[in-house]
Write a protein that binds this ligand. Structure first.
Ligand code: PEP
Ligand code: MG
Length: 765
């Protein structure tokens, strides 16, 4: 809103007159009832209306609380159920009615005690609190006339202020109303894509919660205007910045969303309407909400799904604007989860998810999301089920609704019935039994039916993850993502903090090996506290200045990490792995840096690791061409199939539309991996896979078939993958593999499934 303020319109002026008088009433030290009596008097007088009445929701029905013009005997006597009569319809539908002949409306319900037969015209607006109607404000007149648009707008503005008065005076139980409304609403079933398996039950919590407006009447209109100007500037800045950020820089859906955001953010009509609402005497927050309420009411009458989607975006933006203006920028994580919850968001970053209390977070529902996005890897590590690509989230789910999430079934039940709850519990019991059966495998070796031992390790990233070693019986940690510590910190973790974490992890692991991967930041793992300007402006951050590329340039960062790792592993074997190696020299440079730091520590008489083993990740397809040059200097190689497949197919791993387009079991991936296995044959370098692919029984089976016998996977995958291994005739599979690779079926997944079925492999189905 860069324009100079316009003179207040007549509508604004008329509302402002009323608001000024209401302000005095609200500030007076009288009781709520007498305030409401004064309010109906003022409105009736200012709008030149014979009748003005306020109905408030109480014990589930709308009670006449105050009136000017109707019979006073009817006050606290006349009651209408939600949906009953004109007043009940307004509250139930959250809509405005403006009628020249009230009795002619099909919903009209005559109440003789009020004496309303004298009045023909009727206009009523809902009084809204937290998106629910808590009452109705209406005016009536003996002339059969329609109220002017200006008068309706004034009523709506006044209703907004009344909602504050009502809430402050505790006149209606808004929570009960919301619960009642939720109970009214029938159960619903939304579908989506399983991103992290599991079942969870909890109440709906929005990652970016709605803000309840506390003050509606402005003390100083100019000050409010400036607050809203500043908020608009800030919001536009944020939107522009988003455009250059990783998640929005990739075209497709994100780009469409961003375009719409931009369109609304710069829409002069929207800012003008907010300005007008401020002119009428509302605070900046109330003005934004007032305009949004009006838009919502209009949208209820439009049945165009495309337009409704766009309105969600405006809703998002309006919410953002209120959050900026009120300074309440926090997410639900910052406010803390108070009970078992299912988190709802359009999308999340890995760091945002990590801010939530794991004990209370029972699931996540995303409107977007894809299998290998880092946030999903984090969720998997946290053991939190995630359902992605769920549509109509914001129209179907409200804050506080009970949700049953069943990721495997691809569903979330909203406001379930008792029967649904029972069925869910029964299914949960079965899945817990299966988990218990899998847990029983914990102490059994990961050996195939024909006696081939498989090295089964877990992926981890946080101190708490290490407990999964004992719970799963895995042989060690094949990938410790050290960047998780950086992502959960508010500031760059200093050497001591890093060292403490690494030492704790090694202590907890005992004799079991831990492979520490050096920081893999950048891409979708941006650190807010680090100056990442170079990457913020990237068009393709996943292929940009990230991981080892960044670490080699920010040498200080890698040196600190090297020392922290070496000191933590003093007297033990340290396994270090470098991410995103594209050419051998990068690996050599990183290794040389570690060797240099080892010498530095030695020169200071520090105790050193008994041995250091160096490894690299194969994530950039091109590295295969020079693998032979690197092998003599390597101790181990780990294939990161998440990044590898994104680069093999040139398909962003976080892009929701591409999430299911390419299959890990496609000949492209399988033949590529077969080539790597062949190149490594005869070498002493151990080869493993640590991408998400390896944590799924069917994919893991295919990897073993290729000749890979070391998998590092998400802890939740250990049981199912071990069950697969123990039921697998690996000799038979390895014999059939060349034919499968040479003549892949049109549906390669089906081909592996058929093989597994024929040979009785346990895939957990
Ligand atoms: C991978 O890319 O497969 C991998 C294991 O690393 P990350 O998922 O952390 O990028
Ligand atoms: Mg990777």
């Amino acid at each position: 809103m860069t324009n100079a303020p316009l003179p207040p319109s007549t509508a604004a002026q008329s509302a402002r007159n009323i608001l000024t008088r209401l302000h005095e009433v609200m500030a007076a030290r009288t009781n709520a009832q007498s305030k409401l009596n004064q309010v109906v008097g003022i409105i009736g007088e200012c709008l030149d209306s014979e009748v003005c009445s306020i109905y408030l929701l109480r014990d589930g029905s709308l009670e006449l609380y105050a009136t000017r013009g109707l019979k006073q005997e009817a006050v606290h006597v006349t009651r209408l159920a939600l949906g009953e009569g004109l007043v009940g319809t307004i509250a139930e539908q959250i809509e405005t009615l403006n009628l020249d002949e009230a009795a002619a409306h099909p919903d009209f319900s005559y109440r003789p005690e009020t004496g309303e037969e004298l009045f023909h015209s009727f206009a009523g607006v809902p009084i809204i609190r937290r998106e629910q109607a808590v009452g109705v404000l209406c005016v009536q007149h003996s002339d059969p006339r329609r109220y002017e648009e200006i008068e309706i707008e004034t009523l709506q503005t006044v209703a907004m202020v009344l909602s504050e008065l009502i809430a402050n005076a505790d006149l209606v139980d808004t929570t009960a109303r919301i619960d009642a409304a939720a109970a009214d609403q029938s159960a619903q079933r939304l579908t989506g894509q399983k991103l992290v398996d599991g079942m969870g039950q909890g109440i709906a919590v929005f990652h970016q919660p709605r803000i309840t407006i506390e003050h509606t009447v402005a003390d100083d209109i100019e000050a409010e205007r400036h607050r809203v100007y500043a908020a608009f500037d800030k919001m536009r800045e944020q939107i522009d910045r988003m455009a250059s950020q990783a998640e929005f820089g990739i075209g497709g859906e994100h780009e469409e969303v961003l375009e719409t955001y931009k369109m609304f953010a710069y829409d002069e009509g929207w800012s003008r309407r907010i300005n007008e609402a401020i002119d009428s005497g509302l605070t900046a927050e109330a003005a934004i909400e007032r305009v949004q309420q009006r838009t919502r009411m209009r949208m209820r009458q439009i049945d165009d799904p495309l337009l409704r989607d766009r309105m969600h975006d405006l809703e998002d933006l309006s919410n953002r604007l209120i959050r900026i203006v009120s300074g309440q920028m926090g997410t639900a994580a910052q406010m803390g989860l108070r009970q078992d919850s299912i988190l709802i968001a359009r999308n999340l970053g890995p760091a945002e998810l990590l801010e939530y209390d794991r004990r209370r977070l029972k699931g996540v529902v995303l409107e977007e999301g894809s299998l290998t996005a880092h946030v999903i890897i984090v969720a998997r590590a946290m053991g939190v089920p995630v359902l992605g690509r769920v549509r109509d989230v914001r129209t179907s789910i409200r804050e506080g609704d009970l949700l049953l999430l069943d990721a495997a079934a691809g569903t979330v039940q909203v406001r379930p019935t008792t029967a649904m709850l029972d069925a869910f519990d029964a299914k949960l019991e079965i899945s817990q039994k299966r988990r218990a059966n899998l847990a029983a495998l914990r102490d059994l070796p990961a050996v195939t039916k024909d006696g081939v031992p498989i090295d089964l390790m877990i992926n981890a990233g946080l101190r708490e993850d290490v407990a999964a070693l004992d719970l799963t019986g895995a042989r060690g940690i094949g990938l410790f993502r050290t960047e998780f510590q950086f992502l959960v910190s508010a500031t760059l973790p200093q050497r001591e903090r890093q060292q403490r974490l690494y030492r704790d992890v090694l202590d907890a692991a005992g004799d079991r090996p831990v492979i520490f991967r050096t920081v893999d930041i950048g891409g979708d793992k941006a650190l807010p506290y680090m100056n990442m300007e170079e990457s913020a402006q990237e068009e393709n951050p996943a292929m940009g200045w990230r991981a080892l590329r960044l670490a080699l340039e920010r040498e200080g960062l890698l040196k600190v990490q090297a020392r922290a790792l070496m000191e933590a592993a003093a007297g033990r074997t340290l396994n270090v792995m470098f991410p995103m190696v594209s050419e051998p020299w990068e690996y050599e440079a990183a290794r040389a840096l570690f060797v240099g730091q080892r010498a530095w520590l030695a020169s200071r008489g520090k105790k050193l690791p008994a041995a250091i083993r160096y490894g690299a990740m194969l994530e950039v397809p091109g590295l295969v061409e020079t693998l032979d040059l690197m092998l003599p200097h390597l101790d181990f190689l780990s294939i990161g199939t998440n990044d590898l497949t994104q680069f093999l197919f040139a398909a962003d791993r976080a892009h929701p539309r591409l999430a299911e387009r390419y299959d890990w079991l496609s000949p492209t991936v399988m033949r590529y991996l077969a080539r790597v296995v062949k190149l490594m044959s005869g070498s002493k370098v151990t080869l493993g896979v640590c991408g998400e692919m390896a944590g799924r029984p069917l994919e893991a089976m295919a990897l073993l078939g290729l000749g890979i016998d070391r998998l590092s996977i998400t802890p939740a995958g250990v049981g199912p993958v071990k069950a697969m291994i123990r039921s697998l005739d690996l000799g038979a599979l390895r014999q059939d593999m060349p034919a499968i690779l040479a003549r892949p079926a049109a549906n390669p997944r089906g081909q592996y499934q058929a093989w597994a079925e024929q040979y009785g492999v346990d895939l957990g189905n």
